[in-house]
Design a protein around this ligand. Structure first.
Ligand SMILES: Cc1ncc(COP(=O)(O)O)c(C=O)c1O
Length: 404
């Protein structure tokens, strides 16, 4: 196709002219999408195994979400936090009914949910007149791109040129309790951890590590924060990953899948912690927006359903079996890790995942990367088994080209 007829190429050029180049997007531009199917500007068809990086948990344009969105759009869109809105109350009720938490603060993204979590932890000790301000986070962690969250995360690249960053953040080694014991002190306010690290390629904490962390937290009056922004909303086959681990945090952050594609973040806490943020201490213009909360409440209702959650494990098996077969034929992956419909395949050809993704897109299958060497798969939780089969066939063709 000539460049003037290729609508994807025309838009990519426009993108490069007007958007700050923080991303390295694909060469095709999605035009419309339904369920796990996507079409680009030239009407080429794709099966979506990326799910907008674990966001579109019920697929694109889900009819039930659309119906709630339309209904709410005719009622009220935005009120400001001078007023109570019903969809926010309903969503908070659903979140607290289905988790350990008593109260919720709504924001617009995962990063903001984590900011709120750290503010609550520090403020809790401030209010109790106990000097505790240090935060412990982990190697290979990712918590977002705000200044606080890059300080919490473990990537030096993400920090470069952005300092000074928030202080008193210490790094312990993921899955290593002794490194936590070495680092914590009477000044430690909180430990923040992803129970399963997403951006570093679906790396699970061990059960004994999380149980040990909880014991250390209890012993030293340290708050345990679970960042479930990527692992939450059914991704692993339970509503939140902590439920499978049987370890209950003091604070949980959730975002991504919660809005089913609309922006929302939420910080979940117990009553004891909620009391530390009184009127005026924290806020957000859009957090708890009625339109988004109405949709998120529907997402939660549909995902927190044993039938859907059970099928996730079945689909995980189909995907992992297919990926293992491809790998034994082409010797392409050094390791495949999965946690529900969330899979990381480490490439033997280190650093070349972008090249593989381009082959995937050419074959009509969308996946994403984690780091530079891991193929990440995080499809809609309701993806059909036939769609998985088609996606695996297309992925095999892509791998064949990548390896030859
Ligand atoms: C574990 C985790 N925490 C925080 C974030 C940041 O979320 P957001 O990009 O919505 O700010 C992400 C996003 O990928 C994430 O995976």
């Amino acid at each position: 196709m000539s460049k003037d007829k290729n609508k994807n190429a025309i838009l990519k050029k426009d993108y490069e002219r007007v958007i700050i180049p923080t991303y390295a997007p694909a060469n095709f531009v999605p035009k419309k999408a339904l369920g796990s199917e996507v079409w680009d500007q030239n009407n080429k068809h794709y099966i979506d195994l990326g799910g907008g990086i674990a966001v579109n948990c019920l697929g694109h344009s889900n009819p039930d979400l659309l119906s709630v969105l339309h209904d709410q759009s005719k009622k009220i869109w935005h009120t400001s936090n001078f007023f109570i809105n019903k969809p926010a109350i309903e969503l908070a009720k659903s979140l607290t009914d289905s988790t350990f938490a008593d109260k919720v603060f709504f924001s617009n993204s995962g990063s903001e949910a984590n900011e709120t979590a750290i503010k609550i932890a520090r403020r809790f000790y401030f209010k109790t007149n106990i000097k505790k301000t240090e935060i412990v986070s982990f190697t290979n962690s990712f918590h977002g791109r705000s200044l606080l969250n890059i300080a919490l995360g473990d990537s030096e690249t993400f920090k470069e040129g952005f300092g000074p960053l928030p202080e008193l953040i210490l790094k312990a080694k993921f899955n290593d309790l002794s490194s936590v014991k070495e680092i914590i002190s009477k000044n430690t306010a909180a430990i923040i951890i992803e129970p399963i690290q997403g951006e570093s390629g679906i790396q699970p904490a061990t059960k004994s590590f999380l149980k040990g962390l909880k014991e250390i937290c209890n012993k030293h009056s340290v708050l345990l924060i679970f960042d479930e922004i990527q692992s939450g909303i059914g991704r692993t086959g339970s509503l939140y990953a902590y439920m499978k681990y049987g370890v209950i945090p003091d604070i949980l952050t959730t975002a991504k899948g919660l809005g089913g594609g609309l922006p929302i973040g939420a910080t979940l806490v117990t009553n004891k912690l909620a009391e530390s943020l009184e009127t005026g201490t924290h806020g957000s213009t859009f957090g708890g927006n009625p339109l988004v909360c109405a949709v998120a409440n529907k997402v939660l209702e549909k995902v927190n359903n044993p039938e859907l959650l059970e099928k996730i494990i079945r689909k995980e098996k189909i995907l992992v079996n297919g990926l293992e077969k491809i790998s034994s034929k082409y010797k392409c992956f050094s390791e495949i890790r999965s946690a529900g419909l969330w899979i990381g395949c480490d490439l033997k050809r280190v650093g070349e995942v972008k090249t593989l993704l381009d082959f995937c897109y050419k074959e009509g299958v969308i996946a994403v990367s984690a780091g530079s060497s891991t193929l990440r798969i995080a499809p809609a939780l309701n993806i059909a088994e036939e769609e998985i089969t088609t996606a695996l066939e297309r992925l095999e063709k892509a791998i064949n080209k990548f390896e030859s």
